[in-house]
Design a protein around this ligand. Structure first.
Ligand code: SAH
Length: 280
């Protein structure tokens, strides 16, 4: 009876957590080490009475290991440059599958997906707009809208996806109408991704950014959104939307200026902290 109550409580707690912010602060990241310890202890003789049935135990172990791999790869992507990330996945493309299996798993915990708000925005505009999806993941945007979409990611799992480091795409300058970054400003050199978007966008083209809210929470080690908006504006954009209404994500829209900024002063890009996912 006691067992049932405990696992029910745990389940309730998980359900409550699933409505919370997906990221945790780096100070909690030793969860992975704890996970390894827990995994080892599961095989120890002292816990015989608490041990789950073998099939459940193996499933739980598999889940824990793949969750740990996902979090390790996720942290890697946030703490290296785009070029390093490309080399890393080129060396072993199976790691990309591992990352995306974990990512899809995380997505099932989010009450709302920011990619859907981007799809809705595109659907409300002319389908003749040409779109570049930077860090497209499973290319959900290309699959959901009528527009011509160029999808970029580090590894191509689908013939429609172009594999590259998105700071260096094969697109012509001034050739697209909308550039999208949906949860993909991951590299330490994220400013070079936005510079690439500026290059490929036509004048008056749109830059749409969806990011995890905690990365822009200055009270919690995140960047000040004002500094970020200023840096993007200094590059040659005008801010057109700052939507902080969602509990988990922020949406920022910009339009590329008709003419480049005359004042070529050095742009101060704020550091964007990594989004490290919670162990669930
Ligand atoms: N935009 C998708 C996927 C977000 S996950 C969605 O909203 O569902 C972030 C994606 O960005 C990952 O697939 C990762 O591989 C990709 N990414 C990160 N850095 C990149 C880089 N330098 N070049 C290309 N893709 C990158």
């Amino acid at each position: 009876m006691k067992e049932v109550t405990t696992s029910r409580n745990r389940k309730r707690k998980r359900q409550r957590n699933s409505k919370e912010e997906p990221c945790e602060s780096p100070k909690n990241k030793n969860n992975d080490k704890k996970m390894q310890r827990d995994t080892k202890n599961d095989g120890g003789s002292s816990a015989l009475s608490k041990r789950p049935k073998p099939s459940n135990f193996l499933d739980t172990l598999r889940e824990k290991l793949s969750g740990g791999n996902f979090r390790r790869l996720n942290e890697k992507l946030y703490t290296c440059s785009g070029k390093e990330a490309l080399d890393y996945f080129n060396e072993d493309p199976t790691l990309f599958d591992m990352y995306h299996t974990g990512y899809q798993q995380q997505m099932t915990n989010w009450p709302e997906l920011p990619v859907n708000s981007i799809i809705n925005w595109l659907s409300s505009k002319s389908s003749s707009l040409v779109v570049a999806d930077f860090g497209c993941g499973d290319a959900r945007i290309a699959k959901s809208v009528k527009n011509k979409v160029f999808s970029f990611d580090l590894v191509s799992k689908d013939p429609s996806v172009i594999a590259c480091d998105m700071s260096n795409t094969p697109l012509e300058s001034s050739s697209v109408d909308v550039a999208v970054f949906c949860l993909s400003l991951m590299g330490t050199n994220y400013s070079s991704f936005i510079k690439e978007a500026h290059r490929v966008l036509r004048p008056s083209g749109w830059l749409l950014i969806a990011e995890v809210k905690s990365r822009f929470d200055p009270n919690n080690g995140g960047a000040d959104p004002k500094d970020f908006v200023k840096a993007v504006s200094d590059l040659g954009f005008t801010s057109s939307l700052k939507d902080f209404s969602n509990k988990m994500f922020i949406l920022l829209h910009f339009k590329k200026k008709e003419k480049p900024n005359s004042n070529k002063k050095k742009i101060e890009w704020p550091e964007l902290k990594a989004c490290l996912y919670k162990r669930r």
